[in-house]
Design a protein around this ligand. Structure first.
Ligand code: ARG
Length: 467
């Protein structure tokens, strides 16, 4: 018998795996991260086996105590991970069996296929909570900036061209809506993840009299009324990787939103816009140009979002051609989701920091929003109110803009008689249109940036983030 013979499944083999195969096939270097979930799952399994009489209570107790000791060693970095034992599951089981003879019974009615599926669902429930908590922190930072900028008007942009004035708070509230939907998506994901696959075995369950609901209850795979939830098809339970793809997709959408905020703040902090000043703690200098203060934190958020999105493609491609059920390809499913989680949470926290320390440059905002062209659309509305058809009103204001450009005269100081030559419906009260304050005050319908609306939205968010 070769010395390297694989201990857990080596029975039918005449020699152990080649060194290069060990290196190639191991996953323990990354799936050791699942250790706390694996231990939790194994404890539930042991208790269930005792509950149905497949092992004794004493054996279950010894197994659970042994698993707790291993948990300690893992947490303190004392546990010795061995790549020859492939993965987190076999590393833990082997270490346990050395200490506790009864551990040889732990794998009764279980396969690594339903074991890893269970570990990952426990991981996903925890991961979704982590992302959600970081989202709440970011939402609170956005809310604080929203409060501070309720009455700071800035140009809103389409095509990155000045469009219409909005309160800066309205801009922040827009992002809050997006991140709010991200939270809803994660809640839906959590709902689908909260189902127990243990008991599916390798592919077709087991002939032994296990109690799947017992394990589900032990591990918290229960519905709102505390009823256990178990997977309904053993082949689906070990083959599907929907949750992996869905989690990475949820992270991708968060990352997309983060990247857009980052991009806006990069623009706003540039000298060209100058709407905000970023905190030193989230910017860096140049090794050559002493005056530089670069928004690296935001650029990295934008950059890392690309990697997170790439993980969705990797996972979709990994799964799409696989025959049912488990194939070893699926071992590659973990690094992308681990990385998606880490990068998403880190990005959320970095943006939270950068945003919280950001100062608003009121004067620059005021200067930018003083551009009368931002109110050209309000002038169209003025003419509509005077009975001019919208298409005609649009044309009239277009002509006024052209006149202003040609005569190098700002739109709001075109002489009344000149304006009336273009449209006789224009009267001396047309200058009211050129007040940003009026423009915003006249937009109080749902979804609009009127000050009362914004105040109401800020209150609504405050309430919803308080619980
Ligand atoms: N490390 C493996 C993985 O993550 C565990 C499942 C192994 N199953 C098997 N049939 N070899 O995919």
């Amino acid at each position: 018998m070769s010395e390297k013979k694989q201990v857990t499944w080596g029975g039918r083999f005449s020699e152990g795996p080649a060194d290069r195969m060990i290196r190639f096939g191991e996953s323990v270097s990354f799936d050791q991260r699942l250790a706390p979930h694996d231990i939790r799952g194994s404890k539930a399994q042991a208790r269930m086996l005792a509950h149905v009489g497949l092992i004794t209570d004493r054996e279950a107790k010894d197994i659970c105590n042994g698993l707790d000791r291993i948990g300690e060693q893992v947490a303190t970095g004392k546990f010795k991970w061995d790549p020859a034992l492939e993965d987190v599951h076999m590393n833990i089981e082997q270490a346990l069996t050395r200490e506790v003879p009864a551990a040889a019974k732990l794998h009764t009615a279980r396969s690594r296929n339903d074991q890893v599926a269970t570990d990952m669902r426990l991981f996903f429930l925890d991961a979704a909570r982590q992302v959600d908590e970081a989202l709440v922190l970011l939402l609170k930072a956005l809310l604080r900036q929203g409060e501070r900028t309720r009455d700071i008007a800035i140009p809103g942009y389409t095509h990155l061209q000045r469009a219409q004035p909005v309160a800066m708070a309205h801009h922040f509230l827009a992002y809050m809506e997006m991140f709010g939907r991200d939270r809803e998506r994660l809640a839906g994901f959590r709902e689908r993840a909260c189902v127990c696959p243990l008991g599916s075995g390798a592919i077709a369950g087991t002939t032994l009299p296990i109690d799947r609901e017992f394990v589900a209850r032990e591990l918290g795979f229960v519905d709102k009324r505390g009823r256990p939830r178990v997977t309904r098809n053993s082949m689906d339970a070990v083959a599907d990787r929907d949750l992996f793809i869905e989690f990475a997709s949820c992270c991708s959408l968060v990352a997309t939103h983060l990247s857009r905020v980052a991009e806006d703040l990069i623009l706003w902090s540039s000298r060209e816009f100058g709407f905000v000043r970023l905190p030193d703690a989230y910017t860096t200098g140049s090794s050559l140009m002493p005056q530089k203060k670069n928004p690296d934190s935001l650029e990295l958020i934008r950059g890392k979002s690309a990697i997170i999105m790439g993980h969705v493609s990797a996972l979709l491609t990994l799964v799409k051609g696989l025959p049912l059920t488990y194939n070893r390809d699926l071992q590659e499913d973990k690094p992308p989701v681990f990385d998606a989680l880490d990068k998403t949470v880190d990005s959320l926290l970095v943006l939270e920091g950068a945003l919280s320390g950001m100062e608003i440059e009121r004067n620059n905002c005021a200067r930018a929003v003083a551009d009368p062209l931002l109110l050209a659309t309000d002038l169209v509305d003025y003419l509509v109110r005077k009975g001019v058809a919208f298409r005609e009103a649009h044309h009239v204001v277009g002509s006024l803009v052209a006149l202003s450009e040609k005569s190098v005269c700002p739109l709001n100081v075109i002489p009344l008689d000149e304006a009336q030559k273009i449209c006789d419906k224009i009267e001396s009260d047309w200058t009211q249109c050129f007040s940003v304050r009026n423009a915003l005050a006249n937009r109080e319908l749902p979804g609009m940036p009127g000050p009362k609306r914004i105040q109401a939205e800020l209150r609504r968010w405050e309430r919803s983030l308080a619980d």
